[in-house]
Structures are given as structure tokens and as C-alpha cells.
Design a protein around this ligand. Structure first.
Ligand SMILES: [Zn+2]
Length: 229
């Protein structure tokens, strides 16, 4: 739940009094919870605070949202707030910068198609991401060996029993594979579970090991600083 409009949400801009303002903002509507593009209008400039206020309307439910663009004259510091806040959205996992580029792209696409309610497309991208992880971690492998992948990852990263428990749960779940191989049509709930599964694997394969390395480096820097004092 956020009141801040991220720059990536702005789809189109125009100029108002010589200042850039959005004309279209993609967000999860706080009224109908659809992910879509709000159109903006009724801009007003408040000189004393360099604030531009405007109105956004949902194309699906006609619900209204108020926007405030602060620091309008400074492109760097300019920020847009909204009320009511956008409906909760499944956010990109923290540490995505540690995930290899092609896998991260597939994952972002899985999230985007999920937000647009294309659950089959989301599942396709989850599957593509998992297959890429197979290639980078195991060299090869098939989607049917998902449980084996998790176990191998757990061994490689020396993870705890919980990971093995998840692998066992996956191995015992023919339904999961039925969704990934499209024998069953994915619903929102199943697409959400598959996304979470992918995020779990991304976190343990790329993000956590990188975070551990960074922490080790920071600790050794502390020790070196201590020695020179
Ligand atoms: Zn709406």
C-alpha cells in the first residue's frame, strides 16, 4: 500500500505551465482493484509550494484519485503522491539486482502479466524463469525435475531443513506440475502461488548468497578498520 507514484507508473506526459505533468498513470485502482491506466486532468498550480494538483479517473469504474506533484520545478526531486493509495500489488522482490538479467526480465514479465490478470501468460513466464534457473544452476534439466532442482539448490547453498520440506511438498504435489505443464488452467490463486514459488527460488539462488557475501565483506571491512585504529 503506497501513496507515492513511482516514475515507472507514468505512461504519458504533457506540459502544464511549462512543467511536465502525467496524463496517464498505470496503477491498481483503489476502488475496483483492477490494474489499468488512469487518465489525468484538471491541473492546478500552487506557486508558493511549487505543487501541481490534478485528478485521475479510472477507465473501468470511474473512481477518482487526487494527485499532488511536489517540487514540480526540479526534475530530480519532483515526486507525485496520490490519495486514496493504490490497491495492494504484488511487488518485485528486494535484491532483484542480484538475479541474472534474462531471468529477472522473465520474472518481471510474469509479475506484469499477473497484474494484468493474464494468468496463463504469467504461468508461462514463471515456467520460462524456472527453466533458465535450471540451465544456470544445474546445466540442464526439465520442469518435471522441479523438486530435484530445489533439493540441489538447498545442497549447493547449504540451506536448512525448511527448503527440503518445501521440495518434499512440491514432489508430493502433482497439481503443481499440472499447472506448469498447462494440463490444468491456472486461476489467479494458482498463478499467485507459482509466482511466490519462483520468488522463493530466486531469493535462495541469487539474492541470499549475494547478501551473505556482502555481509561477510562488510564484517571483514569492520575488522580491518578495527586493526588500523
Ligand atoms: Zn477502478
Amino acid at each position: 500500500m503506497s501513496y507515492l507514484v513511482a516514475k515507472s507508473m507514468i505512461r504519458a506526459k504533457t506540459a502544464f505551465r511549462g512543467l511536465p505533468v502525467p496524463t496517464a498513470i498505470a496503477l491498481s485502482c483503489p476502488h475496483c482493484h483492477e490494474f489499468l491506466t488512469y487518465s489525468c486532468r484538471d491541473y492546478l498550480y500552487h506557486a508558493a509550494t511549487q505543487t501541481i494538483t490534478f485528478l485521475g479517473t479510472c477507465p473501468a469504474c470511474s473512481g477518482k484519485v487526487s494527485f499532488w506533484q511536489v517540487n514540480s520545478r526540479d526534475g530530480e526531486k519532483s515526486q507525485i503522491f496520490m490519495y486514496p493509495a493504490a490497491a495492494h500489488q504484488h511487488q518485485v522482490i528486494p535484491g532483484i539486482e542480484y538475479v541474472p538479467q534474462p531471468i529477472a526480465e522473465n520474472y518481471r514479465e510474469a509479475l506484469q502479466t499477473y497484474h494484468h490478470r493474464y494468468y496463463k501468460a504469467a504461468t508461462t513466464m514463471v515456467r520460462a524463469s524456472l527453466e533458465d534457473i535450471f540451465k544456470t544452476v544445474l546445466g540442464d534439466g526439465e520442469i518435471k525435475e522441479l523438486a530435484a532442482l530445489i533439493q540441489e539448490l538447498a545442497q549447493k547453498n547449504n540451506l536448512t531443513e525448511q527448503v527440503t520440506d518445501i521440495a518434499t511438498t512440491i514432489a508430493d504435489s502433482p497439481q503443481l506440475l499440472a499447472y506448469l505443464t498447462f494440463d490444468n488452467k491456472p486461476s489467479q490463486d494458482t498463478a499467485a502461488v507459482l509466482l511466490k514459488l519462483l520468488e522463493f527460488i530466486l531469493s535462495y539462488t541469487y539474492v541470499l548468497p549475494a547478501a551473505i557475501k556482502r555481509l561477510q565483506h562488510e564484517i571483514s571491512c569492520l575488522e580491518q578498520a578495527g586493526e588500523t585504529e
